[in-house]
Design a protein around this ligand. Structure first.
Ligand code: GLV
Length: 336
């Protein structure tokens, strides 16, 4: 790999050594050693002489960073989402942006379903109840939840994760509705899914699970109007991006019992502020953006991010390039 050894790579967090060691053998690598993300001024300074960045979804890679990084050729994001990167600006500058799709799909779907089950059957609340010494007897009316089997599941966004959640729902005998900008007739037939408009999905579903990327179109896709369409017994699950839901509206609807419960792995502000009113409610489960956090998947994501980065440094287009429009400019800047 001598051809990439002179390349400088900045990695914004410690990764498993099984992923980082091969990168360090192939290129000159600096790693931000702390638990919290590098502050913007550090990122700016480190990007200044970097040929490649390996970033996480917590690193905002904006036009200012790219302007300060004249050698930058590739930004490899260790996430399937890449709303933390100004992709348009990267394309304008001939910088490739890559992500880590596929590898985390089933792990993320498992977690979305875990949240759905936990919210439906009030698992987290029940654990708190037990630890607080409130378990006095078997009670016929204690901690009653919603049945999941044979209920209606609404999947918003039938990409990889959405489809896996739909399949899990079918495994529980659920009726599964989905909405997406693209219809998926093959999957509809194969898995018995029904494509409907968002409003119908919200009105008919007992469980609504969100799986769209965050874009200007999906920002606050679920707000007051949409929550008002949902059943008072419904449960909302969000493992996609926090800003797809208007969190203030969600708080009002949960507090007033206008929907039964929510389970969110993502928040408009991450980490969620310690004084966020959602934290004061019992009918919401809030986890710290861990849907893809299995040992095997996080290692797989790190390896894929490293492979993407090294492929680009070798002058080849990585398969997970999300801005193919950048390729002609990127090629022109390659050393001859
Ligand atoms: C996680 O949210 C990811 O985008 O990979």
């Amino acid at each position: 790999m001598a051809e990439t050894k002179a390349a400088k790579v900045y990695v914004t967090r410690e990764l498993p050594s099984a992923a980082l060691d091969p990168l360090a053998e192939a290129a000159t690598v600096r790693v931000w050693p702390e638990e919290l993300p590098p502050p913007p001024e550090v990122l700016l300074a480190e990007a200044a002489d970097a040929d490649a960045l390996l970033t996480l979804l917590t690193d905002r890679i904006d036009a200012a960073i790219m302007a300060a990084a004249p050698r930058l050729r590739v930004i490899s994001n260790m996430a399937v989402g890449y709303d933390n990167i100004d992709v348009q600006e990267a394309s304008r500058r001939g910088i490739l942006v890559t992500n880590t799709p596929g590898i985390l799909t089933k792990t993320t779907a498992d977690f979305a379903f875990a949240l759905l089950l936990a919210a439906a059957r009030r698992v987290v609340e029940a654990d708190r109840y037990t630890r607080q010494g409130r378990w006095k007897t078997w009670g016929p009316q204690i901690l009653l939840g919603q049945d999941v089997y044979e209920a209606t599941l609404g999947v918003v966004g039938l990409g990889g994760v959405g489809l896996e959640v739909a399949k899990r729902g079918r495994g529980f005998g659920m009726r599964v509705l989905y909405c997406d900008s693209t219809r998926r007739p093959k999957e509809e037939r194969r898995y018995g899914l029904a494509c409907v408009k968002l409003d119908q999905l919200l009105a008919e579903s007992d469980f609504v699970s969100l799986h769209t990327p965050l874009t200007p179109e999906t920002h606050h896709l679920i707000g007051e109007r949409e929550l008002a369409l949902m059943k008072p017994t419904a449960v909302l699950v969000n493992t996609a991006r926090g800003a797809i839901v208007d969190q203030r509206d969600l708080w009002r609807f949960l507090k007033d019992g206008r929907i039964a419960a929510a389970a969110i792995d993502v928040s408009e502000q991450e980490p969620i502020a310690p004084d966020d009113p959602l934290l004061g409610l019992d009918n919401i489960i809030i986890t710290p953006h861990i849907a893809s956090a299995s040992v095997a998947t996080r290692l797989g994501m790190a390896r894929m991010a490293v492979d993407n980065l090294l492929t680009a440094l070798r002058g080849q287009v990585p398969p997970q390039c999300v801005n193919r429009e950048a390729i002609p400019r990127w090629r022109r800047a390659l050393p001859r």
